[in-house]
Write a protein of this length. Sequence first.
Length: 703
Amino acid sequence: MTDTVSYSLHDGVAVITIDSPPVNAVDQVLRAGLKKVLLELRGQSAVKAIVLGCAGKTFVAGADIKEFDTGIAEPGYHEVLRLIEDSAVPVVAAVHGTALGAGTEIALACHYRVAQESARFGLPELSLGIIPGAGGTQRLPRVVPLELALDMMLSGKPLPAGKAKDAGLVDAVLEGEIVPAAIAYARELVRRGAGPRRTREQAVKGAAQASELFAAKRAQVAKTMRNRLAPLALIDALQAAAELDFDAGLKVESTLSAQLEQATEAKALRHLFYAEREVRKIPGLPREIAARPVARVGIVGSGTMGGGIAMCCVNAGLPVTLVDATQQNLDRGLATIRKNYQRSVERGSLRPEQMEQRIALITPSLDFAALADADLIIEAVFENMALKKEIFAKLDAVAKPGAILGTNTSTLDIDAIAAVTQRAPDVIGLHFFSPANVMQLLEIVQASRTAPDVLVTAMELAKRIKKTGVVAKVCYGFIGNRMMDPYGREAERCLLEGATPAEVDGALEQWGMAMGILAVYDMAGVDIGHLTRLERAHLLPKDPSFYRPSALLNQRGWIGQKAGRGYYRYDGAERKRTPDPEVIAMLAEEAQRLNIPQRHPDAREIQERCLYAMINEGALLLEEGIALRASDIDVVYTAGYGFPRYRGGPMFYADTLGLKVVYDRIVEFQKTLDPQYWQAAPLLKKLALSGSSFAQWQAEQTR
Ligand code: 3H9
């Protein structure tokens, strides 16, 4: 075993190496190791310069996130970074891979920074609900202009080495292995007699114009990062950098950091960090099961979904055969793909030749036989069981042995689809979200006969096309859409009780949802949900108010944005959503006809009803084994449904409220609203009454 921190001498230059796989995250052992080595080097007169670099695939990728749960043990960050900065001989950070969070902060405490061209520097702490707490808020604006420092921390986006050099964060971008290049750089510093250049002794760049900058950023954050603590605290810390001396600024940073680390926002975001990594592990699946090779993908259907999925594949370099029933459909599908790429080219995120390369990887065809050499075929046609069965029977006839057949159904029974083939073990659900080339989530639906290696292949595919794959079992709507049903039902029921669409969506958006559910229906098409409900009408409650507003809109052809009106009107060139008095009158009339009392639920009631209905359904999914873990549900909702990350997902949010609070309110709704509909899930009841939580339950299940 190697030491986490070691050093070696190279003719007057000491090279400190951090070696803590997989990403050199900073924990107590690493800090103690650095401290020990720095103290040892202090007394060595032969050492004229120090290079600080890392082993493995990256420089330090941040603080070890687990330490925030236990508390940061001695020696602390400030003590160790101060030792680096106080060094009497120049210290050069040698950066490869990603210097993130504490990694960038360590580099900032060094006197000079050199980097490989592919290296990147970032401070993504806000994504964890905290601010840089190892001096980053005080040191970065002394190295790069204040506004850039603030933007880097607000966006969390890493800066590539070239841009970091232009900004003053990197002194030199060097070729070849970074440590030998940094040794040569350090020797040159010694030869020139360049001594330590301590960041803390520099002036903040742009402090004079700071007050307008802070006012503008506070206003921006209030709008774009609503309900959050960390972004405002970050601006406070940078204001301290601009107005106070270094040590006083550092104290402000420490106080704010300590408050943020223990806040629910940071706990929620840490929970998601772990949940997004846990989701890749499928319990009970032996590690030795290998994925099937996937070198070519076939896609059936070149509409919005099929086209988006094709883009995901070719973006990852996977060639695609795209099949549709008519030349007209194919032409339209390919034109949309080109238009989408064109937009990226105009934005500057894609080069024109990259666009052409990607489009060239798509082979359009009208013939199912063209799918014969595909290793994976994804069906992405209209949500209709008869059509899907017909397609799967055809695929069964043309696909090569061992090819995986995936369906992009969002609600249908995949076992029934698999049953029309002679290869049910090769069939799996691959539920992409629209627009598929943008949305992060991929629900991977394991049907009752899906083979384990098919499941592993689907997880690998998710990783390859940069999606978050979450495994679900078969039921109506799987995880995401099944939980949307009670959520949407409550929203529509509130409409019939006298809340307007703007009040319902406003309450949900104020709470933090990216978009209110009624606006989501308008965007997706009110007809889509309505038609799905018609297909399963025999399974739905006989309540005449059930999704009645959607049915009425559908009758009138007011099916959302594509019709120019739905729950709202979308007039003018901008198609901005505006309240529609006719819809409001229609709802009031219908409520009267159905004798629904006008309670006029307020924002809080709307939020509780919609969210608790969703959480209750989540508890049912856990009991039924549809979702493997409570945290998987949180990943589905934050990655695919616009649930605010800073609330951690629906199940984590329920835990933060206390399950007893949620349960008691559901019991109250049962008494005051609807005794049939409001039934607490047995698991929720059990956990609430025993003082437990979804997190505790999950830990017990995996023990
Ligand atoms: C911070 O620095 C605060 C400071 O201001 C100081 C305050 C006092 N900690 O993602 P991957 C694990 S805040 C612990 O699959 P990739 C990860 O769990 C921190 N563990 O690899 C996984 O473990 P497993 C700021 C970490 O190649 C394994 O490493 N830093 C950490 O796709 C591989 O990770 C960040 O926010 C960590 N910090 O991506 C950076 N990072 O295999 C967060 C990773 O057991 N990390 N692990 O599941 C990342 O963005 C990506 O991991 C990275 C590599 C880009 C580095």
